[in-house]
Design a protein around this ligand. Structure first.
Ligand code: ZN
Length: 173
């Protein structure tokens, strides 16, 4: 049985004890942009916040793409979140290749170059990535000035998150 078929079977059991009050309009308080990496999936645990309070936007990296900016605007302006957290992490898969390398590899593997160059948002340094994200989100005219935009790195070895500040790159050991 495939994983999806198993999941469908499990879902029928899940629905039996499902709380229908979940159908009411969500009222998240904070929006978190984080990586697709499964180690970032337990945000209520990592952040000590109720699941219902967290709007989650996930991309590889994470990359703050134009689509992500649109989702942040909707999260703030339509759903009512009042803080933005950009959560990067150590050991990210997107630091293990460059866009050029993976484009070349997949072109060779499949014999089809038509999707290349595909923008894959690989990066090298989570700290630099975080600083660029803060700048990109902060400078968007539809993100209100009073909404805090803060960037962090989750350490997959310790479970701790630490904040990335503009100056910390220069003082880091
Ligand atoms: Zn990652």
């Amino acid at each position: 049985m495939s994983i999806i078929d198993k999941a469908l079977e499990a879902n029928r059991k899940y629905a039996k004890s499902y709380d229908p009050s979940n159908a009411k309009r969500p009222a998240p308080k904070i929006v978190v942009v984080t990586c697709m990496d499964p180690r970032l999936s337990d945000l209520p645990g990592i952040l000590g916040l109720p699941q219902a309070d967290i709007d989650v936007i996930r991309t590889g990296g994470p990359a703050v793409t134009d689509d992500v900016l649109g989702e942040l605007v909707v999260s703030n302006r339509v759903l009512g979140t009042t803080e933005i957290m950009l959560l990067n992490h150590t050991g990210c898969g997107f630091t293990t290749f460059t866009d050029d390398e993976l484009n070349a590899k997949l072109t060779a593997l499949t014999g089809d170059a038509s999707p290349a160059p595909m923008r894959l948002f690989s990066y090298k340094d989570p700290e630099q990535n975080t600083l660029e994200q803060i700048k990109k989100v902060r400078s968007h005219p539809w993100i209100a000035k009073e909404v805090p935009v803060r960037g962090f790195i989750f350490d997959v070895e310790t479970g701790l998150i630490r904040e990335v500040h503009r100056a910390s790159k220069d003082v880091a050991a």
